[in-house]
Design a protein around this ligand. Structure first.
Ligand code: BMA
Length: 371
């Protein structure tokens, strides 16, 4: 393990494509993304950060109320990790595809960083082949046409430039760049996105993933970690790695999984097995593993948080190595993942979060020794 890590570090030194390329740098040269990676690494096997998508932006019955959070309303503290979505930035829209203004998102992400939390960004872009088509329109091949040499590569470059523009402005008033985890092209093993398995070969996905990250680096965005997160369609490490862009490119070994987590005992066992596959791979490569998306929409099972999510994370020594688990957004009463205070799952949610090894924002700050 140590030797593998040294070899890895060696390759990092000679690779311009690594997201946290100065991990082995001297203390004074560390970027805040390096520090973020080290902090996450120090959690492995000890604790798991709880995360929530769009947590500060809106929740059940409120929108853009300063200081609000459904996690805080129900459990008394903010999540330790905050997910944000960039879909729509590529078109130059002022708001994302869920109506979150990008200027608010930037403010939230800065607040998160200044308060010791972790930011992660997903991106569900519109198609560069037909900009009227969202990520979920799967009626034509896109990836092949946006890669270098493809008919719509130049349009895709314009999309990436918009993305880069957002990240360039992700800084504090003192011009400190906010570190973040970027999680592009996720769930590529499913058939529901235009970059999904039915319309894209593994080679094309790998090329797209690598191109995206390299383009960001070349554009001066370097202060971030990269997450790879397929959905649940794999049964072993080799299958998991089908679309993997490479150890030089990825920091967070992730998995999204809603389906297994709502599919009875067999699904639950499958979810555990998949978490084991990601943590084993992360350990082998010196990276960190994460449950990058999960949840139970509307939480009809009032014990889901302890009996499914908590039980899966605590199933064995391998699943305990997951460093964060993030649930999706609280859009409204028809689509939410964190129980509001009067919801039947609220008590169970608090029990899940009250466990010593599940960290909310102040737990995480205490863990890091932050004041
Ligand atoms: C999906 C749903 C959609 C949303 C999209 C991107 O899972 O929540 O309503 O637009 O994510 O955030």
């Amino acid at each position: 393990m140590k030797i593998a890590y040294i070899i890895l570090s060696f390759s990092i030194l000679f690779s311009a494509a690594c997201a946290h390329k100065s991990v082995q740098a001297k203390e004074s040269e560390k970027s805040s993304a390096d520090v973020l990676f080290e902090n996450l690494k120090a959690l492995v096997g000890k604790a798991t950060l709880f995360g929530h998508q769009d947590d500060l932006a809106y929740g059940i019955g409120w929108k853009y109320v300063e200081g609000e959070s459904d996690v805080k309303r129900t459990a008394g503290d903010y999540p330790a990790l905050f997910g944000w979505e960039l879909g729509g930035i590529e078109l130059g829209n002022p708001v994302n595809l869920d109506s979150v203004p990008f200027h608010k998102m930037r403010e939230f992400a800065v607040w998160v960083h200044q308060n010791g939390g972790v930011n992660t960004f997903s991106w569900h872009p519109f198609s560069a082949v037909d900009e009227s088509k969202s990520s979920w329109v799967v009626d034509e091949v896109v990836v092949r046409h946006i890669l270098p040499g493809g008919s719509h590569h130049e349009v895709f470059i314009r999309h990436l430039d918009k993305l880069v523009g957002f990240f360039k402005e992700l800084k504090t008033d003192d011009d400190e760049m906010v570190p973040f985890i970027f999680r592009p092209w996720h769930e590529m093993d499913g058939g529901w996105f235009w970059w999904g398995v039915d319309l894209t070969t593994p080679e094309e996905m790998i090329a797209l993933f690598r191109f995206t990250i390299e383009y960001m680096h070349e554009s001066g965005i370097t202060n971030f970690l990269v997450a790879y997160s397929p959905d649940r369609h794999f049964n072993n490490e080799a299958e998991y790695l089908t679309w993997y862009p490479g150890d030089d490119m990825v920091d967070v070994i992730g998995v999204d999984n809603y389906y297994d987590m709502r599919s009875g005992e067999q699904g639950f066992q499958d979810a555990i097995r998949k978490l084991e596959i990601v943590t084993r791979y992360a350990e082998k490569t010196g990276k960190v593993a994460a449950f990058t998306e999960t949840g139970l929409d509307r939480i009809p099972d009032a014990n889901w948080y302890t009996s499914k999510l908590g039980a899966a994370l605590n199933a064995n020594e391998w699943t305990r190595k997951i460093v964060y688990a993030m649930v999706w957004r609280n859009h409204d009463l028809t689509h939410f993942y964190v129980p509001y205070p009067e919801h039947p799952a609220a008590n169970d949610f608090r029990s899940f979060l009250n466990q010593d090894h599940i960290l909310l924002l102040s737990d995480w700050n205490n863990y890091l020794g932050n004041k």
